[in-house]
Design a protein around this ligand. Structure first.
Ligand SMILES: C[S@@+](CC[C@H](N)C(=O)[O-])C[C@H]1O[C@@H](n2cnc3c(N)ncnc32)[C@H](O)[C@@H]1O
Length: 278
């Protein structure tokens, strides 16, 4: 049986409606995203060509993707793309899906870079590259040094640098935290794994890499290591944190004589990050 764009969208909307509440998805929007991905056309094209026939291979591909989505696979992993700060990043299941709240970290980093004339920035846990790549486009005069403990994540970063910021000055290294050979770092940024190891994560999060999510017994392992790292380097530090980590981090930062400690909230009013200097 031949399907048209309209009939395929109708059947996908019906299937996705059944999981819309549990997966918090918008059935029409996601059906259109998936069909435009399979047909490699824009969403507008689907509306202007709604009676067009879709061939069998494309139909089967589309229905298989709808099926994956009903099982909870994040749409970004299905389409291998995610929007962040007006750019479209390649993503796969080796990296965390960019979160909108990380755009606040970009704004805070930009303010620190501009106010203190910072030229040398290190990122721990670069993942898909959203933070360093976006900042390098906003501040092309800066040098960036970034690590990730996952080699597969670094392959994704490399791909995004190539497509989005080929002229940027970003040095990558596969290692934990920062290598001692990188000297004169003025600002360290990170959106580290900060979920407690035994926290019962929601089903969509199970698709994301554990190494990007979990930060030890209390979720603070990497955050504490970053504070020590920034202290040893007398650098500025800007990190994203979990909504319930402000008190523990304030205590640890004060113990390490951090200066000018500021916490910031996300758009839901939850504590989401801090910056300080040493
Ligand atoms: C929450 S993700 C953030 C990715 C990306 N920066 C973003 O904001 O979307 C954390 C990243 O840190 C990496 N990571 C975990 N432990 C690390 C460590 N000890 N040293 C360096 N990177 C680490 C993970 O592989 C993952 O890519």
């Amino acid at each position: 049986m031949t399907h048209t764009i309209d009939t395929l969208l109708d059947s996908a909307i019906l299937k996705l409606s059944q999981v819309a509440e549990s997966l918090q998805l918008k059935p029409r929007f996601e059906s259109e995203i998936l069909l435009s991905f399979v047909l490699q056309v824009s969403r507008v094209y689907l509306h202007t060509h709604n009676k067009q026939n879709v061939n069998l291979t494309q139909t089967e591909h589309f229905l298989a993707l709808v099926d994956e989505r009903t099982k909870g696979k994040p749409i970004e992993y299905i389409t291998q793309s995610a929007s962040f700060y007006e750019h479209t990043f390649y993503v796969n299941d080796s990296v965390l899906i960019p979160r909108p709240e990380s755009e606040i970290l970009i704004q805070k980093a930009s303010e620190i870079i501009t106010r203190h004339n910072i030229e040398s920035i290190a990122e721990v846990g670069i993942g898909s590259g959203i933070l360093s790549i976006t900042l390098s486009l906003l501040h092309p005069q800066c040098r960036f040094f970034a690590t990730d403990i996952s080699q597969k994540a670094l392959e994704v970063t490399q791909k995004n640098i190539h497509s989005l910021a080929p002229d940027s000055n970003i040095t990558l290294k596969h290692c934990s935290l920062l290598p001692s050979s990188w000297q004169d770092i003025e600002l360290i940024i990170s959106n580290p794994p900060y979920i407690c190891d035994d926290y019962p994560i929601s089903q969509p999060l199970t698709y994301e890499p554990n190494i990007a999510l979990f930060g030890g017994k209390d979720g603070l392992d990497i955050l504490k290591a970053l504070i020590v790292e920034a202290k040893n380097r007398k650098a500025f530090l800007l990190c994203e944190i979990g909504y319930d980590q402000k008190n523990a981090l304030t205590h640890f930062l004060e113990q390490h004589n951090a200066k000018a400690i500021h916490f910031y909230k996300d758009l839901s009013g939850l504590d989401r990050g801090f910056w300080c200097r040493f």
